[in-house]
Design a protein around this ligand. Structure first.
Ligand code: SF4
Ligand code: SF4
Ligand code: SF4
Ligand code: FES
Length: 950
């Protein structure tokens, strides 16, 4: 795998996609024999033989289209000059790609293109990176006989509406690559070729501006365009790149691989990497375009301290900041005891950074008070899947969806939150796989171009377990269990107990119809489809986990998959769509207070002794505090120091009043981040962080894929997080000695059986690997549990439905649920500092027309949103996406205070907060809430302090 390149254009575009047929054909091209899989085009076969046939409308990420006529060849014994991109190779063919006849034809075609193309190559932004230019050279075009006097397409107005790319129709050759990329790769169908013949042109929607169209700004069309018609504004502004570094996106859990393309130390383009195994050359708007935050003027690049949170910040040297933090933590431990400090690791940081952070807490703080933001998102996944199957992770790789026949999406919104995987999923659905969606809100997938769910079950928030039991009841009582799979792979007694439990009448779809709000016949039909439709694959998200029964629901889905035999091969499985880029990794690295890396309990003697020996320090055998326990202990006066690595708990954790009271009660809070986030308002030490472009390391995505993060530019603040942690640990009396993150990975591999075979050399060689990667699986494990479960026998667990304590009533008659939107990312710290705000610059409350009418609410009105925990306000959007009785909002903007109203209820097993169910009332208002006024005041104060510090 290429790691650093001088803009290596050598990743050859072979013109048409790879074919994987086992059967091969052998032909002769320009006298050279070549053998390829059946179905391969002549163009691709020629390319594999080292012969590049000129082309314009063909590219190997898209199916052949055959419109430009530049790739003509001659075939012995056949009349005419067929297009090599659309003609399949056949046994015994003799193909000539370079005859006088085809050369003349190609020049004629090029002449026509060039005669209607502005000849401004020297000042064109794509100069040197333009296929039209390359092809003019390749066909030997020397002059153009036709002038510009006749009708032409020159001088047409540019569409510059999209913040990241422009569309200049005067340069368009109508090759349709953009249209096909939008359809085949992205699956949005935003573009079309309008009209015919000379008048044909690329159109977004009904001849709208791109920004106003259905376009989701994924950039696939820009990447596919062979000319400067669709081109990045960053390239227009800065010119073409001169070097590139292959790295991993720092946004969501899909973990797309990118080429960061640079001029010196300036990133000018992020191009999704063709060989990236999670994304196969595709991306979404965040990864491809929303990287400007990394050099945003609000980045803090110098450490700061202050004695009290009422004082202004004071810029200090790294040495002073580290010494001050260490002294404060030591003072607090002396006064309040060993367990009075702790830390929260970041799912945005690298595996290596998380590993050294939890090591510092265990070895230098001498306690296990380490937790991670996974606590508030996917901790039930870890608990549930480990209990059922023996491994705290999803079962499949993303490519597995290509073999799914029935896709069951529960509590996830892939097109917004995991867009690149959603494109793959939509591709499979367009090929004919069936779709079932279970969600309180009609997500885009329910009906999107050429995709429609066979069943959409709009359940009420908080009734997931009732739904899964009703589905299981149908499967168990209608003879749809895969008895052979269960007998071979699962514990028999537990299975029998489960079958008896779900078969009870009180678990029937009819009994739960009223609870879930979904007609029994739809539940039954969906269950039958999942159980009998072929390979059934479950994909789920935070709509499953962030509930008081989050862990129960994960177990319920595991039961369903085992009962139907949908595990242990391609196309099936139980697949969490992880939120943050490294949430899987932060869990794997030992970020929980009860577990070391690889999910070994701290109370177990064998792993503890191993870590003690390796680290040369005695370790605490008692689990430490979880995040909610840290807050409670702070309010009790026993937990007084907290190190927060790359998280914004004041914005992201539920019940903001409770969180900020706890933060205010502590004596030393250290925030290690890129920006002064909401938590920093309560901090005493601010340590500047490094963005993903500024450091080396690894991220682990939702399919357990460990991918390299490579330093493209030096850290603006001088140090990566792992170096800062090492310094602090040394100041606390426990020095660590790493020269490079690869040495941290070597330690992780030494101490973590599922990572035993992982090294930077292997990652450089293979591109990425999926754990377990060890002696048994030296190149990693794409699909888990083949031939048996990691824990031995699969475990069925009874999943009784227990309604949440958060109930609606006369004062709070509506249920609020929350989610994400494509253009913004979680608390928005990164995306709010990019042009992505053009799509979503505030959080909006979605409300059903009936509920709006009952309250006199019109579109765009400001409404108060009130719960038992607090109140906030935002503007209303009236939509039938949500059902009557349910309202919905995103949580990307701190000033909307979505978590001011969420409650303290949490998952019984893991304390994952119940973000997805809050009883609320909504009413018209003309002012911000008290909390919002206080927040605005706090922001103002913080701005003044920052200015003072500057
Ligand atoms: S940016 Fe993506 S969604 Fe928009 S038109 Fe291009 S391919 Fe389609
Ligand atoms: S915009 Fe580019 S990709 Fe689309 S038809 Fe025109 S030249 Fe081809
Ligand atoms: S899908 Fe996720 S990982 Fe891929 S580019 Fe988008 S945000 Fe980045
Ligand atoms: S490349 Fe074959 S017809 Fe265009």
């Amino acid at each position: 795998m290429t790691v650093h390149t001088d803009i290596d254009r050598s990743s050859i575009d072979r013109g048409t996609p790879e074919k994987t047929a086992v059967q091969t054909v052998t032909l002769e091209i320009d006298g050279f024999p070549v053998t390829v899989p059946a179905g391969t085009s002549i163009m691709r076969a020629a390319s594999l033989a080292g012969i590049q046939v000129p082309k314009l409308c063909a590219t190997d990420s898209l199916e052949a289209f055959g419109s430009c006529r530049l790739c003509l060849v001659e075939i012995a014994g056949r009349k005419g000059t067929p297009a090599s991109c659309t003609t399949p190779a056949e046994n015994g063919m003799k193909v000539s790609t370079q005859t006088d006849r085809v050369a003349k034809l190609r020049r004629g075609v090029m002449e026509l293109y060039i005669s209607d193309h502005p000849l401004d190559c020297l000042t064109c932004a794509a100069n040197g990176d333009c296929e039209l230019q390359d092809m003019a050279g390749a066909v030997g075009l020397r002059d153009v006989r036709y002038g510009y006097a006749g009708e032409n397409h020159l001088g047409q107005a540019k569409d510059e509406s999209n913040p990241y790319f422009t569309f200049d129709p005067s340069k368009c050759i109508v090759c349709s690559r953009c249209v096909r990329a939008c359809e085949e790769v992205q699956g949005t169908f935003a573009l079309t070729i309008d009209q015919r013949g000379f008048a044909s042109h690329v159109s977004a929607g009904m001849n709208e501006d791109i920004l106003d169209s259905e376009c989701v700004s994924c950039g696939a069309c820009v990447q596919a365009c062979p000319t400067a018609t669709l081109i990045e504004k960053s390239i227009i502004q800065h010119g073409t790149p001169e070097r590139s570094v292959i790295t991993t996106c720092a946004y969501c859990g899909v973990g797309c691989t990118f080429e960061a393309e640079l001029q010196g130390d300036r990133v000018v383009r992020m191009t999704p990497y063709k060989d990236g195994k999670a994304n196969h050359g595709h991306s979404c708007v965040k990864g491809r375009f929303a990287w400007g935050y990394a050099t945003h003027k609000e980045r803090i690049v110098k450490p700061m301290i202050r004695k009290s949170i009422k004082d202004p910040w004071r810029e200090v040297s790294w040495d002073e900041a580290i010494a001050y933090t260490a002294a404060e933590f030591k003072r607090i431990q002396e006064k309040y005891g060993r367990g009075s400090i702790g830390g929260i690791t970041s799912s945005r940081c690298t595996n290596e950074e998380v590993f050294v952070m939890q090591k510092m807490i265990r070895a230098a703080f001498h306690n296990n008070n380490v937790d991670t933001c996974a606590r508030v998102c996917h901790s039930p996944t870890g608990y549930g899947l480990k209990t059922a199957f023996g491994t705290s992770a999803g079962t499949q790789d993303f490519d597995s969806v290509n073999d799914a026949d029935v896709i069951l999406v529960i509590g996830a919104n892939p097109t917004d939150a995991h867009p690149v995987f959603a494109s793959r999923m939509k591709h499979r659905l367009r090929e004919g796989a069936k779709l079932i969606v279970i969600d309180p809100r009609a997500i885009d997938l329910v009906r999107t171009p050429h995709v429609e769910a066979s069943y959409y079950l709009p359940l009420l928030p908080g009734t997931n377990v009732a739904m899964i039991n009703a589905l299981a009841h149908t499967i168990a009582t209608e003879g749809l269990i895969d008895k052979e799979f269960v007998a071979k792979n699962c514990d028999e007694a537990e299975f029998k107990a489960w079958r008896a439990f779900v078969s009870k009448p009180e678990n029937s779809p009819e009994a739960f119809a009223k609870v879930t709000g979904v007609p029994a016949k739809d539940i039954r039909a969906a269950a039958r489809l999942y159980a009998t439709g072929g390979n059934g694959a479950i994909y789920y998200g935070l709509g499953v986990t962030e509930h008081s029964q989050g862990s129960t629901m994960v177990l319920g889905m595991a039961n369903l998959a085992m009962a139907t035999g949908n595990l242990g091969r391609n196309g099936v499985g139980v697949n969490p769509l992880r939120g943050q880029n490294n949430v899987q990794g932060s869990c794997d690295m030992g970020s929980f207070p009860h577990e070391y890396s690889g999910y070994r309990h701290v109370s177990e003697e064998a792993p503890r002794k191993m870590f003690e020996k390796d680290w040369g320090v005695a370790l605490d055998p008692e689990p430490g505090l979880r995040i909610p326990n840290m807050f409670d202990s702070a309010l009790d006066g026993t937990f007084m120091g907290l190190y927060v690595q790359g998280e914004d708990i004041a914005q992201s954790d539920p019940n903001t009043h409770h969180v900020t009271s706890a933060l205010s009660a502590m004596e030393c809070i250290v925030v290690h981040d890129l920006f002064l986030n909401e938590t920093a308002a309560y901090a005493h030490v601010f340590l500047p962080g490094a963005s993903f472009l500024e450091k080396d390391g690894t991220f682990t995505n939702a399919e357990r894929r460990i991918g390299r993060v490579r330093k493209a530019i030096p850290p603006m603040c001088g140090m990566a997080e792992w170096e800062v942690t090492m310094k602090l640990s040394a100041a606390l009396g426990y020095p660590m000695h790493y020269n490079h993150p690869s040495e941290i990975m070597d330690e992780i591999a030494r101490l973590t059986p599922t990572f035993a075979g992982v090294s930077y050399d292997k990652l450089d060689e293979l591109g990425s690997v999926q754990w377990p990667c060890n002696e048994k699986a030296p190149e990693g494990t794409p699909v888990m549990h083949i031939g048996g479960f990691a824990r031995g026998k699969g475990k069925f667990v009874l999943t009784e439905y227990v309604p949440t304590d958060e109930r609606t009533g006369p004062r709070f008659p509506l249920l609020l649920t929350t989610g994400r939107i494509l253009s913004q990312y979680n608390v928005g710290a990164q995306t709010r500092r990019t042009e992505n705000n053009v799509w979503h610059d505030e959080d909006i409350l979605e409300i059903h027309p009936h509920d709006a009418e009952n309250r006199g609410i019109s579109e765009g009105d400001r409404v108060a949103l009130v719960s038992r925990a607090g109140d906030t306000s935002m503007r209303a959007h009236i939509t039938e996406r949500v059902q009557p009785g349910v309202v919905y909002t995103t949580f990307h903007h701190p000033e909307s205070g979505a978590n001011v109203i969420t409650t303290d209820y949490s998952d019984w097993a893991t304390n994952c907060p119940e973000y997805k169910v809050t009883a609320v009332e909504v009413r018209l208002t003309n002012r911000e809430s008290r909390w919002q006024e206080d927040y605005a005041e706090l922001q103002k104060r913080q701005r003044i302090e920052t200015l003072a510090a500057e």
